[in-house]
Structures are given as structure tokens and as C-alpha cells.
Design a protein around this ligand. Structure first.
Ligand code: ZN
Length: 264
């Protein structure tokens, strides 16, 4: 199933995406509420999806599927080509940083370029969203705690990222975590480690890889994170970006006002 958070007639709701239609779940509440109650809700939502009767997807505004995630974690240096272009060594341990909750942004909304910044960069990523409270989850069990997946852009201000040893500020500017366009549930998506992943800027292909090239795969990521903390429904994990970021181009190509960043 494909589940979206959307705004129509001034109200924000959750909906089921079927083809080019979106069907109101009728639930009220947020995507996190839906995720928490997924096992109980799934049969009635499947019935709603089968019944149809939605409205055109093009008539609503899609929001980030999870608008206020409890946590947003992102892994750095997790594709070999991106490690090479960053002139870094392959990390022996997973490199994690956080993005602020206030960086969440809709899939088609503007990315704001803050005053006095000049090195705003894109990073297309597969994003996993947690479905169940999870602590000390093994690689073998990791798939069972993921609710679904979407596309994300780990927008980064490179000057702030590298101003010190800690990347969090450079990763946390307002609007710098666009996500969407909806969550595809884990059961519908299948294997998350064989997905094409691409990013275009003004129609020019900049990133083009496959999630099969992840250095630490998503199951290893869940094992590592859940060894440190309890993961909760709606927590968001950015799983790494492949090569092709603007900072590694010659000359460097940072985002300018008016640029359009797309996944296809
Ligand atoms: Zn990233």
C-alpha cells in the first residue's frame, strides 16, 4: 500500500494512493498514529483502497509522509563512489548524524537557501520509516520493524557541515529534509536493496546508483542504531547517498535559487 500525508481544503490528512487517485483514510490523526495502529487498521484500509472513490492526486498538496518524526537519523559515507569522491576512507563503523525535526519538508516544496550560505547540496537517499518500537534488533529481525520507505533528499550546507567534527548543523537547516511523495509499505516494496536511486538537477542527471551498493545495508543500520536507542514508530532513517553530489563536481556545483531537484 502507498500512504501519503496531504493537504486539501486547508486540512491535512492521511490518504491511500491508488494510481493517480488519493483516498482519504478517514482516520484523522497523523501518519505516526496510523503506523502505530497499522496491524489493526490494515484490513479496513485495504478495503477502502479496493472500493476506490478518491480524488485526483494532482488536486491535493502532498506533505512529507511523516511530518513530525520523533527522530531523524542519517548515515554518512555509505556508498563506495560517494566515499571516494569525498576523499574519505571506508568507515569501519557506521557514521551517524541527526537532522532536526524542523528540517522536514514536503516532496514538492521549496528548499530554502539561508542567508549567508553558499554551499547547499543535494543527496538523494532511500528513506526507511520505523513501524514498531525496537531495541537491540538483530540483522535477521530488522526487516520486521520497518513500516515503509520513501525517497528523501538529505540537503546539506557543506560549509556548516565541515565547520567542525559534528555534521548536525550543516544537515539541519529548515526545509533540508524533503521526503515523499508517499510511504510504500515494506510488504509492497519487497527487497529494499535492489532499487535504482537517481537525482536530477534542472533535468541533468547527477546521481545514478542502486541500493545494492550500500556499504552498510539497512538491516545492519537498524541493528546498529537500535543497539544505542529505542527506535519508535515514525522514526526516519536516511540510508546514505551515492556519488555525484555537487560538492564533488569540478568545478563544484552548489544549488542556486530557482534550481529544481528531482528524483526522475
Ligand atoms: Zn546523506
Amino acid at each position: 500500500m502507498k500512504l501519503a500525508t496531504y493537504t486539501a481544503q486547508g486540512q491535512t490528512r492521511t490518504g491511500i494512493v491508488v494510481g493517480d487517485q488519493i483516498i482519504d483514510t478517514g482516520l484523522g490523526g497523523t501518519m505516526i498514529d496510523l503506523i502505530r495502529n497499522w496491524d489493526a487498521l490494515k484490513p479496513q484500509l485495504e478495503a477502502k483502497a479496493a472500493a476506490g472513490g478518491g480524488m485526483p492526486l494532482a488536486s491535493v498538496t502532498l506533505c512529507a509522509p511523516v511530518q513530525r518524526p520523533g527522530k531523524i537519523f542519517a548515515i554518512g559515507l555509505n556508498y563506495a563512489d560517494h566515499i571516494a569522491e569525498s576523499k574519505m576512507g571506508t568507515p569501519e563503523r557506521q557514521v551517524w548524524f541527526t537532522k532536526a525535526q524542523t528540517s522536514v519538508n514536503g516532496p514538492h516544496d521549496p528548499i530554502l537557501i539561508a542567508r549567508n550560505t553558499m554551499a547547499n547540496d543535494y543527496e538523494v537517499e532511500l528513506v526507511a520509516v520505523i513501524g514498531k518500537r525496537a531495541k537491540h534488533i538483530s540483522v535477521a529481525d530488522a526487516a520486521s520493524v520497518i513500516f515503509g520507505y520513501c525517497v528523501g533528499n538529505d540537503v546539506t550546507e557543506r560549509m556548516w557541515q565541515h565547520a567542525g567534527p559534528q555534521w548536525a548543523l550543516g544537515k539541519s537547516f529548515d526545509t533540508h529534509a524533503p521526503m515523499g511523495p508517499w510511504l510504500t509499505t515494506a510488504d509492497e516494496l519487497g527487497d529494499p536493496h535492489r532499487l535504482g536511486i537517481r537525482c536530477f538537477v534542472n533535468g541533468e542527471k547527477r546521481q545514478d546508483s542502486n541500493t545494492s551498493h550500500l556499504v552498510f545495508n539497512i538491516w545492519q543500520q537498524i541493528e546498529h542504531l537500535s543497539a544505542a536507542m529505542t527506535l519508535e514508530p515514525g522514526d526516519v532513517i536516511f540510508t546514505g547517498t551515492p556519488g555525484g553530489v555537487g560538492a564533488a563536481m569540478d568545478p563544484r556545483q552548489f544549488l542556486k535559487a530557482g534550481d529544481v531537484v528531482r528524483r526522475d
